[in-house]
Design a protein around this ligand. Structure first.
Ligand code: UFG
Length: 334
């Protein structure tokens, strides 16, 4: 069993990955600046798992705090979630994104090098494929980013791949997420965006809750069966289990690999809304508006490489994702 440090460990995907790692017997250290995470997440994790994880409240750009984190206990691997993640915001605040996502990673890597920690799993995104030429998208597809957020993800992919090639790092896993939604079935942890949500599922939940009057559907004129965008929604617990499998692969053998994390199923915006209404028996008022700039029509994964390398594949369906998102929204999120 290993001790794994999660940067951004109190965030949406970090907290669910902490559960998956603890369930597999690993020790978890949470490192988070709580800029985009609730302070009670560690306590909620303790309620779910029965384990109290050490928590370091600091920013990855804080070199002294990073050094202290690695000095406190031996760390076998890092899963690096800490980053800013809103596409639109990245275009308005480019320096903030380059600083947090790229400088933050460089500081983390320098601290890992000083501490002799050579294994890292990195949160990347399907955004690196831009407008895909074909769907399902394999990992070998052309990379083309159109936002600053996407460029920071691609830059870090190159950075850590270079460090593995030059043997500064021993094992690297780059995980390209498609559209993570859902929540832990306890309803104790989930996604809690600050302000108006930019992603679809948190917005649907807030409409269902009466916090927002309606869901704006961004375009009904895409070349898809119902005219709305098609995405590969994946349950966050499936994603979390993929991280656990990826870090275990890094612990077992050196080298670098890049994997898509998706279900391989394309689901439209209207399909997701209909599934949510059906399983939760809550109506969602819709308002069709113009396309959102930068959105692609269709984006779903070819997830076969993850299955062959890790023995992992997503097992939870869209209805379970909708049920778990709504349970979290009604029980605990603000
Ligand atoms: N959508 C709406 N209304 C909303 C929000 C979204 O109709 O209020 C639609 C979008 O137009 C899109 C779909 O719902 O067709 C999914 O949109 P999201 O914002 O939930 O997700 P994206 O696919 O745009 O973006 C996600 C991540 C990004 C990542 C990208 C990779 O949020 O971080 O996937 O493709 F870069």
């Amino acid at each position: 069993m290993a001790r794994i440090l999660l940067t951004g460990g109190a965030g949406f995907i970090g907290s669910h990955t902490a559960v998956a790692l603890i369930e597999r017997g690993h020790d978890v250290v949470l490192f988070d600046n709580f800029e985009n995470a609730e302070r009670d997440v560690p306590a909620r994790l303790a309620r779910i798992t029965g384990i109290v994880c050490p928590v370091i409240e600091a920013d990855v750009r804080d070199e002294a705090a990073m050094a202290a984190a690695f000095a406190l206990q031996p760390i076998d691997a890092v899963i690096h979630f800490a980053a800013l993640k809103a596409v639109g915001e990245s275009e308005r605040e480019p320096l903030r994104y380059y600083d947090s996502n790229i400088i933050g990673t460089i500081r983390l890597l320098a601290a890992m090098q000083r501490a002799g920690v050579g294994r890292i799993v990195f949160s990347s995104s399907a955004t690196v494929y831009g407008e895909p030429e074909t769907c399902p998208i394999p990992e070998t597809a052309k990379l083309q980013v159109s936002s600053i957020y996407g460029r920071t993800k691609l830059a870090v992919e190159s950075l850590i791949t270079d460090l593995e090639r030059t043997k500064t790092l021993s094992a690297v896993a780059i995980l390209r997420y498609f559209n993570p939604i859902g929540a832990h079935p306890s309803g104790l942890i989930g996604e809690n965006p600050r302000g108006e949500p930019s992603n679809l599922m948190p917005y649907i939940c807030q409409v269902a809750r009466g916090i927002r009057p309606h869901l704006n559907v961004f375009g009904r004129d895409y070349p898809t069966p119902d005219g709305t965008g098609i995405r590969d929604f994946i349950h966050v617990m499936d994603l979390a289990e993929a991280h656990a499998a990826a870090v275990e692969h890094c612990l077992a053998q050196p080298g670098a690999f890049t994997l898509n994390l998706g279900t391989g199923q394309g689901v439209s915006v209207l399909d997701l809304v209909a599934a949510f209404e059906r399983v939760n028996e809550v109506p969602i008022k819709l308002n069709v508006v113009a396309r959102r700039p930068g959105d692609v029509a269709i984006c779903y994964a070819d997830p076969r490489l993850a299955k062959s390398m890790l023995g992992w594949q997503a097992s939870r369906g869209v209805e379970e994702m909708c049920r778990d998102s709504w349970r979290w929204q009604t029980l605990y999120s603000q």
